[in-house]
Design a protein around this ligand. Structure first.
Ligand code: G6P
Ligand code: MG
Length: 218
């Protein structure tokens, strides 16, 4: 029986995935790496330094930058990203999410957050959703990022549930892989092509309701 939900943040609860993309696109242009839809999708769910590495690799530039220069590029990206986050309000919550969180809470499901983002607490604060997520996986404690199962295993552990008692919710291919490898039920939100491995697909967040989930699990 499902007893809890482990949520991704960026692209699931709020559309910060667009802000991340925008800020990484600037970095790609700056270093002269090619930007593509494939790269943009591939970066979703990937940690800050791994994302930078993917962008540099796309331009065959990995060995052109020292560790310090890489950190400086990632820091610059984060500064630009945070400027966008600063302007966020609860209006940036994706359609239906607030109602869905209220609904699952009132049905007694437990909630935790499994975002790779070190900025997750700040984003939740801007959205005024902090109280929904007393349990947040700290990405600093992870030895491997998505698609490794570690982050979703920790998400379940934080709410004292077994993975098979949890549904993980993701917009990223790497995230769905992580959920599946953890042994949780996966919901993929967005492009069914990219998220084809998800147990349940929704075109957008507005379709994610307990009734629709139950229908797809039956
Ligand atoms: C999430 C986003 C990624 C982002 C990562 C790290 O997984 O989907 O786009 O790169 O978090 O975010 P941070 O805010 O720590 O740089
Ligand atoms: Mg995401």
């Amino acid at each position: 029986d499902i007893k809890g939900f482990v949520f991704d943040l960026d692209g699931v609860i709020t559309d910060t995935s667009v802000f991340h993309s925008q800020a990484w696109h600037q970095v790609a242009d700056k270093v002269g790496a090619p930007w593509s839809k494939e790269l943009e999708d591939g970066l979703k769910g990937i940690s800050r330094m791994d994302s930078l590495e993917m962008i540099l690799k796309a331009g065959n530039l990995s060995d052109q930058y020292t560790e310090d220069q890489k950190i400086a590029l990632a820091t610059e990206k984060n500064t630009n990203y945070l400027k966008l986050v600063d302007q966020m309000t609860p209006d940036n919550i994706l359609p239906g999410i607030k109602d869905f969180l209220d609904d699952i809470q009132s049905h007694g499901y437990l909630l935790s957050l499994a975002s790779a983002s070190k900025n997750a607490p700040k984003v939740l604060e801007k959205l005024q959703l902090t109280t929904y997520f007393p349990k947040i996986v700290d990405p600093k404690t992870l030895s491997k990022g998505k698609p490794d199962p570690e982050i979703y295993l920790k998400g379940a552990e934080l709410i004292n549930l077994k993975p098979e008692q949890c549904i993980g919710v993701e917009d990223a291919g790497a995230g769905v892989e992580s959920i599946n490898a953890a042994g949780e039920t996966s919901i993929g939100i967005g492009d069914k092509q990219i998220l084809k491995d998800a147990d349940i697909n929704f075109e957008d967040t507005g379709e994610m309701t307990l009734t629709n989930i139950q229908k797809q699990m039956a």
